[in-house]
Design a protein around this ligand. Structure first.
Ligand code: NI
Length: 171
């Protein structure tokens, strides 16, 4: 297993719409393993393939980490949100690709998701609460969307983006 380099804000791959995975071959399985390893090492509760430089529709999640419970690792290939609960809540989010920023984002309280697992089987799940939030955050990555695009306060959103742009210029 390897720890992969995490792309940070400003990397083009983070803004691309990722491609579906056609074949779950050894390279994909290796990528899944390395992504889990990288996520746990960071540590984080979710990681999307574009964050490690692969423009593919694949995310790994372990939302249980946040609550200090035993892990509940999940890899979702070509995931799709089938429906969202109308109820929403607001909570601070961060992202491994945007270190040192954490701001409130509004997300649906529950989502129904369809995906393929690493055995190539179609799975469906209903996620609620924190798991639903993590899934929505990670799936956004597959469409080139970052949580800073969704910061609740428009003023704060502009400030954070200005700060990130400045940081990029200094690089
Ligand atoms: Ni993220």
């Amino acid at each position: 297993m390897a720890i992969l380099e995490i792309e940070t804000f400003g990397a083009e791959v983070l803004r691309k719409v990722a491609e579906p995975i056609e074949n779950i071959d050894d390279a994909i399985l290796k990528l899944v393993e390395d992504m889990f390893h990288t996520m746990y090492e960071a540590p984080g509760v979710g990681l999307a393939a574009p964050q490690v430089g692969h423009s593919l529709r694949l995310v790994v999640i372990d939302h249980a980490l946040e609550e200090g419970k035993p892990g509940e690792p999940m890899a979702l290939i070509n995931p799709v949100i089938l429906s969202r609960a109308e109820e929403e809540d607001q909570m601070e989010e961060g992202c491994l690709s945007i270190p040192d920023v954490s701001e409130p984002v509004i997300r649906s309280l529950a989502v129904d998701v369809a995906a393929i697992n690493t055995d190539g089987k179609e799975i469906k799940l209903t996620a609620e609460g924190f798991q639903a939030r993590v899934i929505q955050h990670e799936l956004d990555h597959l469409d080139g969307i970052l949580f800073v695009d969704k910061i609740v306060s428009l003023l704060k959103r502009r400030m954070v983006k200005k700060r990130l742009a400045k940081k990029l210029k200094r690089r």
